[in-house]
Design a protein around this ligand. Structure first.
Ligand code: NAD
Length: 266
C-alpha cells in the first residue's frame, strides 16, 4: 500500500529536475498526477515513462491565470478530484542589481512568485469546494533566507513564496488545507548545470554545507512526499530547508566566481 493511494496531485514544472522526481515519487506511492509545464515534449516523455493511467499533462505557463484554472479543472475532469498540489515551477536569473533588466525581474518574479500565487488561488478554491482539505506544497529556496550576489529577483521572489506560504496556511487552515514550503539548497538539475559548470563554484557551495554534499532531486522528492502525506497532518505554514546544512553558514560570493560585479548579466 502506498502513502498516497487514491490521491490526486498537480505538480507544476513537473517535466524536469525536482518536479519530475516529485511526480515519480508520488506515482510510486499510488497517486495520480497532472503535470503542469510549458515543456510539452517533456510532459510527453514523462507520460511515456509512467503511463497514461497514472499521469496526464497540462501545457501551462503559471503566469497565465486562465491556463492555471484550466489545469486545476483538468485534474478534476481526468482524475475526479484534487488532494495535493506542488507549486514547483520557478526560474532564476543572474545580474548585478544596478544592471538588472526590468523584463528579467518581471520574468523571474512572475513565474516564481506570482505563478505560485495563481496556483494556490485556484487549487485552494477547488479543495474548499470538495470540503475534504488538502496539502499544498510550494517550492521556495535556501535563497528565501540566504542572500546570493546577482540573484536579487530570485531571492526576493523566494522570500515572497515563504511568506505567501504562511498567509495561505493561516487563511486555509479552517478548511483543513495545509500549506507548506520546501527550501532546497544546491540540487543537481538542468537549471543548475550552468552554475555547477563554473570552475570551483560547486566546491565553494559544498564547503559551506555541514554535510559536505549538494543534493539530488530525489532528496527533495522525499520531503515533498512527507508533506503530501498524512504523516505531516499537524504541520502547516512551515518552510523546511533541505540543503545539507547550507543555511547554517553563508552563500558563496558569486561575483568572485563570475566576475559580474560591475557588468550586465553574467
Ligand atoms: P528545472 O529547470 O530542471 O525544472 C523547472 C521546470 O519548470 C521545467 O520543466 C520548466 O519547463 C518548467 N517551467 C519553467 N517556466 C515555467 C512556467 N512559466 N510555467 C510552467 N512551467 C514552467 O529546475 P529545477 O532546478 O528542478 O527547479 C524546480 C524548482 O526548484 C524551482 O522553483 C527552483 O527555483 C527551485 N529550486 C531549485 C534549486 C536547485 O538547486 N535546483 C534550489 C532551490 C530551489
Amino acid at each position: 500500500m502506498g502513502a498516497l493511494d487514491g490521491k490526486v496531485a498537480i505538480v507544476t514544472g513537473g517535466a524536469s529536475g525536482i518536479g519530475k522526481a516529485i511526480v515519480e515519487a508520488f506515482v510510486r506511492e499510488g497517486a495520480r498526477v497532472i503535470v503542469g509545464d510549458v515543456d510539452a515534449a517533456g510532459i510527453g516523455r514523462l507520460i511515456g515513462e509512467l503511463g497514461h493511467n497514472q499521469v496526464d499533462g497540462a501545457e501551462v505557463d503559471v503566469r497565465d491565470e486562465a491556463a492555471v484554472e484550466r489545469m486545476v479543472g483538468q485534474a478534476v475532469r481526468r482524475f475526479g478530484r484534487l488532494d495535493i498540489a506542488v507549486n514547483n515551477a520557478g526560474v532564476g536569473g543572474f545580474a548585478p542589481i544596478q544592471a538588472y533588466p526590468l523584463e528579467e525581474w518581471d520574468r523571474v518574479v512572475g513565474i516564481s512568485l506570482t505563478g505560485t500565487f495563481l496556483c494556490i488561488k485556484h487549487e485552494a478554491a477547488r479543495m474548499m469546494a470538495q470540503g475534504k482539505g488538502g496539502s499544498i506544497i510550494n517550492i521556495a529556496s535556501l535563497n528565501a533566507i540566504q542572500p546570493a550576489e546577482g540573484f536579487a529577483a530570485y531571492c526576493a521572489a523566494k522570500a515572497g513564496v515563504a511568506m505567501l506560504t504562511k498567509v495561505a496556511a493561516l487563511e486555509l487552515g479552517r478548511h483543513g488545507i495545509r500549506v507548506n514550503a520546501i527550501g532546497p539548497g544546491l540540487i543537481h538539475t538542468p537549471a543548475t548545470a550552468p552554475m555547477t559548470a563554473v570552475p570551483g563554484l560547486e566546491a565553494a557551495f559544498i564547503a559551506e554545507t555541514a554535510l559536505g554534499r549538494a543534493g539530488e532531486p530525489e532528496d527533495v522528492a522525499g520531503l515533498a512526499l512527507y508533506l503530501a502525506s498524512d504523516a505531516s497532518s499537524l504541520m502547516t505554514g512551515q518552510t523546511l530547508y533541505i540543503d545539507g546544512g547550507a543555511s547554517l553558514k553563508k552563500y558563496p560570493e558569486l561575483f568572485s566566481f563570475v566576475g559580474a560585479a560591475g557588468s550586465g548579466a553574467g
